[in-house]
Design a binder for this molecule. Structure first.
Ligand code: AP5
Length: 217
C-alpha cells in the first residue's frame, strides 16, 4: 500500500508514521527528516533548505520534488510506503502523481489527522526527538523513561530549531494556505481520504488509523 499522512504541524504524523510503518513493515518517506539529515550533513540541499525551515516556510518545490524522486527510485520495491510531510503543495502533489504513474503505482489511502491549534501548540512546545533513531517524545504528554534521554538509543534528546512559539504559528498559517487544499485535491481523485481525530491517546489514534485503512484486527 502507498499511504499519505496529512495534517498540521504537531498533529502526530511522525508518531503515527513510525507505529504504522513498524506494524506493517512499511518504509517511510519523511521529507522533514530527509531535510534535517541534509542540514546536519551540510549538503548543498541542507544549506539551501535551512533558512526556510527555521523560518517555518516551505522549502521550494523543485528541491523537494527532486529529493523525493531520488528517494523513491532508491526504495526497494514490494513493500508499502508511508509518505509523511509530502506532498505539501499543489505542485508537489502533481509532480508526485507523475512519479507514481511512472512507477505504475497509485495512492491507496490518505489519512488526514486533525486537532485544534491549542493542542498542536502545546504538543510542539514539549516535543523532543532522538537524533539517532528518530523516536519522538513529549516532556509532558509522552516523556522518556529518563529525562532528556532516548529510551531506545540512550542518546541525548534534542529540541527542534523550528519548534519556537513564533515559528509554530507561522507553520500553521502556511499549512492552512498551502497544504490543507490538498485534502480537496485527493478527495477529487481516486484515493480514499480518511479523517481521523488526532487529539486522542496515541494508541487510540493508531487503532483508528489502522481501522480506516482496513488494516485493523
Ligand atoms: P516536518 O518535519 O514535516 O514538520 P511538520 O509537518 O511541521 O510536522 P511536525 O514534525 O511538526 O509534527 P508531526 O505531525 O510529525 O507531530 P509529532 O508526531 O512529531 O517539516 C519541518 C519543515 O521542513 C517544514 O516547516 C518545511 O520547512 C520543511 N518541509 C518538510 N517537508 C516539506 C515539503 N514537502 N515541502 C516543503 N517544505 C517541507 O508529534 C508532535 C508532539 O506531540 C510530540 O512531542 C509527540 O510526542 C506528541 N504527540 C503526538 N501524538 C500524540 C498524542 N496522540 N497524544 C499526546 N501527544 C502526542
Amino acid at each position: 500500500m502507498y499511504v499519505i499522512l496529512l495534517g498540521p504541524p504537531g498533529v502526530g504524523k511522525g508518531t503515527q508514521g513510525v507505529l504504522l510503518a513498524d506494524a506493517m513493515g512499511w518504509q517511510r518517506v519523511v521529507t522533514g527528516d530527509l531535510l534535517r539529515a541534509a542540514v546536519d550533513a551540510g549538503t548543498d540541499l541542507g544549506h539551501e533548505a535551512q533558512g526556510y525551515m527555521s523560518a517555518g516556510e516551505l522549502v521550494p518545490d523543485p528541491l523537494i520534488i527532486e529529493m523525493v524522486k531520488e528517494k523513491l527510485t532508491a526504495l526497494p520495491p514490494g513493500r508499502g510506503v508511508l509518505f509523511d510531510g509530502f506532498p505539501r503543495t499543489e505542485a508537489q502533489a502533481s509532480a508526485f502523481g507523475l512519479m507514481l504513474q511512472a512507477l505504475g503505482r497509485t495512492i491507496d489511502g490518505v489519512v488526514v489527522l486533525e486537532a485544534s491549534d491549542e493542542v498542536l501548540t502545546a504538543r510542539i512546545a514539549g516535543r523532543r526527538s532522538c537524533p539517532s533513531c528518530g523516536a519522538v517524545y513529549n516532556t509532558v504528554l509522552a516523556p522518556p523513561k529518563q529525562e532528556g534521554v532516548c529510551d531506545n538509543e540512550g542518546s541525548q534528546l534534542v529540541h527542534r530549531a523550528d519548534d519556537t512559539a513564533a515559528t509554530v504559528e507561522h507553520r500553521l498559517t502556511v499549512y492552512r494556505r498551502e497544504t490543507e487544499p490538498l485534502i480537496a485535491h485527493y478527495e477529487a481523485s481516486e484515493a480514499s481520504v480518511h479523517h481521523v481525530q488526532g487529539d486522542k491517546r496515541v494508541e487510540e489514534v493508531q487503532g483508528e488509523v489502522l481501522e480506516v485503512l482496513g488494516l485493523g484486527t
